[in-house]
Design a binder for this molecule. Structure first.
Ligand SMILES: [Zn+2]
Ligand SMILES: [Zn+2]
Ligand SMILES: [Zn+2]
Length: 465
């Protein structure tokens, strides 16, 4: 059964493999864009989009305007006169460094009304993998890809809980060390590990790439406009940046020694460092300084939406925070805050500033705080890792990691500013994945000197499913 993208009517079951809507005549089905054999309905009758082909196993992107399904490598709809951007059924959610543009905001396909509830399925309350430490995960193409320092594990949701899908894919002989972040774009997973970067093709032909560059210490990664960006230290002081997947360009940064605190990318690449804010144009490889070099600000975080940059820094004497917005060639807007902010989430219209004991709602239109700070019940983790969930309703959920490991995340429901805790007593720091309407907490645990395991807990938003 399928549903018409245009008029919303359900196509009757008497018409199996219907290509056109019996009500309005628009397309409701097509052949798989890879194998050309398998019939695929553009929209299921419950309104969901098919993630991949049941026959050849390849993944799709879809057009929200006309519903047409495309190969994953396409960016724009191929329907004549449409040309709209294409979407996947979920967005990459590499938690350690937040979403790819640094906004720490993830869009959920549906409302985020109510609070988060633990999934009611008894068998999903705990999913346990003995002898495996899963250090990073990302949900893409309808699967949960999780990575230990030795292998990639793929899990699928069977309607009640997670189950392994296929065998783990080992990384080979190279010792990678701890996996710090993962990005999954265009079927290629990029891992930043302690000792090396690693690329893995997660498509049908799973294969490993040699980690590169050799003698270096990986620091951070970002992705934007089909460009993967790796930041690493080569030697003791020198920072280098590598970008592009196919045509690698290696770039030596003109500062040394100081910490680079953040790296984000869209069509340009941005760096927040202790000594300044920088923008690199990856086409002609020119580096420009955004801030004034006489300012005594240690830049901590930045985010970019369509070329507009929001940056956050601490004054060098650690008495306050400076917020700044750069839009094209206009004069930057600045806002000083007395508090030390650890992190922020940016939804476009609103910033949520995370301080040690509060969350401050801040308007990016008027460039002022919009409400009194929301007091929190416990201190925030200084490496904040806040995340905002933006649904199709007006509510926003801000999740904030707590300093005490007993309860790991706290949840704010904006605009009502109610607060509630999720999590549980753990002796490990989980990472966090958004899997459609489910939130997944993955806890790697060293339970005893020689025992290790990973536990997975799944939450969902009320009103979904
Ligand atoms: Zn129709
Ligand atoms: Zn196919
Ligand atoms: Zn289209």
């Amino acid at each position: 059964m399928s549903k018409c993208v245009k008029c919303g009517e359900v196509v009757p079951t008497q018409v199996p493999e219907a290509m056109f809507c019996v009500h309005c005549g628009r397309p409701v089905g097509q052949k798989c864009p890879y194998c050309g054999n398998q019939y695929v309905a553009l929209l299921q009758d419950d309104g969901r989009v098919e993630k991949g082909c049941r026959s050849c196993g390849q993944f799709f992107k879809f057009c929200r305007a006309c519903g047409r399904l495309h190969r994953i490598t396409h960016d724009r709809c191929a329907t004549p006169g449409c040309g709209q951007p294409l979407y996947e059924s979920s967005t990459a959610f590499p938690f350690t460094f937040g979403p790819l543009n640094g906004t720490r905001t993830c869009v959920i396909q549906g409302p985020v009304i109510g609070d988060l509830h633990l999934c009611r399925h008894a068998d999903s309350d705990y999913f346990e993998l003995p002898n495996i430490l899963l250090e990073q995960s990302v949900y893409r193409y309808g699967r949960l890809y999780s990575f230990s320092s030795e292998a990639m594990h793929c899990l699928i949701w069977n309607g009640h809980g997670w189950e392994p899908h296929g065998r783990p894919v080992p990384f080979g002989a190279t010792a990678l060390g701890r996996v710090r972040s993962v990005l999954l774009e265009d079927q290629i997973a990029s891992l930043t590990c302690q000792a090396a970067f690693q690329l893995i093709n997660v498509g049908d032909d799973v294969c490993n790439f040699d980690p590169e560059p050799g003698e270096s210490r990986p620091h951070r990664q970002a992705a934007g406009a089909h460009r993967l960006v790796w930041l690493y230290k080569s030697g003791r002081l020198q920072w280098r940046l590598t970008h592009q997947l196919t045509q690698t360009h290696d770039f030596k940064l003109p500062f040394s020694g100081h910490e680079v605190n953040d790296l984000v990318a869209d069509t340009q690449i941005y760096l927040a460092a202790q000594t300044g804010l920088w923008r690199l144009d990856p086409v002609d490889n020119t580096l420009a300084r955004l801030d004034d070099e006489n300012e005594a600000i240690s830049w901590q975080r930045m985010a970019v939406i369509d070329g507009t940059v929001v940056a956050m820094g601490h004054t060098r004497n650690h008495v306050g925070t400076v917020l700044r917005q750069y839009t094209g060639d206009d004069q930057p807007l600045s806002f000083p805050l007395r508090e030390i902010c650890h992190d922020f989430c940016w939804t476009g219209a609103q910033l949520f500033l995370i301080t040690e004991n509060t969350v401050i709602p801040f308007s990016t239109q008027s460039w002022t705080p919009t409400a009194d700070p929301i007091q929190t019940s416990a201190t925030a983790h200084s490496i904040s890792g806040a995340i905002c969930l933006q649904g199709t309703d007006t509510a926003r959920l801000v999740l904030r990691r707590r300093a005490d490991a007993t309860m790991v995340y706290e949840l704010f429901h904006a605009p009502t500013a109610t607060c509630r805790q999720i999590g549980m007593p753990v002796n490990a720091h989980p990472h966090f994945v958004l899997a459609e309407d489910r939130l997944v907490l993955v806890y790697p645990e060293h339970t005893a000197p020689d025992t290790r395991r990973t536990r997975i807990r799944t939450f969902r938003t009320e009103g979904s499913l």
